[in-house]
Design a protein around this ligand. Structure first.
Ligand SMILES: Nc1ncnc2c1ncn2[C@@H]1O[C@H](COP(=O)(O)OP(=O)(O)O)[C@@H](O)[C@H]1O
Ligand SMILES: [Mg+2]
Length: 254
């Protein structure tokens, strides 16, 4: 079943076509990689899917709903969570508080009951705490729960962003360069984590420059260059595609 269908998506910034008529599908339960040289438009595609930018044309069908024009909080509630290429954490808050911020989108108690601290609200807070700790355990950071986010290593900050995204209970998680700044060991652990996310039934769409990681974890790849999709297929097909090799090596086609 197709979980996400991106159709003819375009986005320009001034005269620059950052994303040009891009279409692709993401099957439920798959791990799909979006790759391409720097400036190809990968992060912009993510920003269009997650409602951070509005496209000039095109649709983003997710679970039967067109997300175009929907605010980011609605998109999160519908089941898409993301991490950022440039880490965005509440640096001065604790690791646990950062994950609780993700849990909040699923909490029902309104501001009145929050002020009155009703039993229902206390129960919800306790559940959120348990859930946040479980996500920290899942990414291997539970021992750091009291530490401030800014005190974590770069690799662990990336894991914390993943835990926060998982805390929103997504159907689809989109990861923008999750291995960026990670050492070899951390990257190996990340590969295991991405597979474990898939085993939970969560679909994964990721941007990544580490080709070793991409080739090992992704079931299919989409390649962008200068805003346009130039290829799509299995990792083996993409590795053997002359157009892709050219894009990466910067060989002139003439
Ligand atoms: N908010 C923005 N304003 C203007 N130009 C942008 C903006 N975001 C991205 N771009 C431009 O769009 C192109 C694609 O950027 P991006 O999607 O970040 O590429 P990638 O993630 O593949 O490296 C680049 O030329 C970039 O400079
Ligand atoms: Mg990018």
């Amino acid at each position: 079943m197709t979980l996400l269908a991106v159709e003819n998506l375009s986005k320009s910034f001034g005269g620059l076509m950052a994303v040009n008529e891009v279409s692709f599908d993401v099957e439920e339960g798959s791990i799909v990689g979006l790759i391409g040289p720097n400036g190809a438009g990968k992060t912009t595609v993510f920003n269009l899917i997650t409602g951070n930018y509005q496209p000039n044309t095109g649709t983003v069908l997710f679970d039967g709903l067109n997300l175009v024009g929907k605010p980011t909080h609605t998109i999160v509630e519908r089941g898409i969570a993301r991490t950022f290429q440039t880490i965005r954490l509440f640096q001065n808050m604790s690791v646990l508080e950062n994950v609780l911020a993700g849990c909040h989108c699923r909490m029902k108690a309104g501001s009145i009951s929050a002020m009155l601290r009703t039993p229902a609200q206390r129960r919800e807070e306790k559940d959120a705490m348990r859930h946040a700790l479980a996500e920290l355990e899942f990414v291997g950071l539970v021992h750091e729960w009291q530490n401030k986010a800014k005190n974590l290593s770069y690799g662990n900050q990336r894991l914390l962003e993943i835990a926060r995204a998982l805390a929103t209970k997504p159907k689809l998680i989109v990861l923008d360069e999750p291995a960026g700044g990670m050492n070899d060991q951390e990257t190996q652990d990340l590969i295991r984590l991405i597979r474990a996310i898939q085993e939970r039934g969560i679909t994964v769409l990721l941007i990544e420059h580490d080709m070793g990681l991409v080739m090992r974890v992704c079931s299919s790849l989409i390649v962008l260059e200068h805003g346009a999709k130039i290829a799509a297929g299995s990792p083996a097909e993409i590795q053997a595609n002359p157009r892709v090799i050219e894009a990466y090596l910067g060989v002139d086609s003439e």
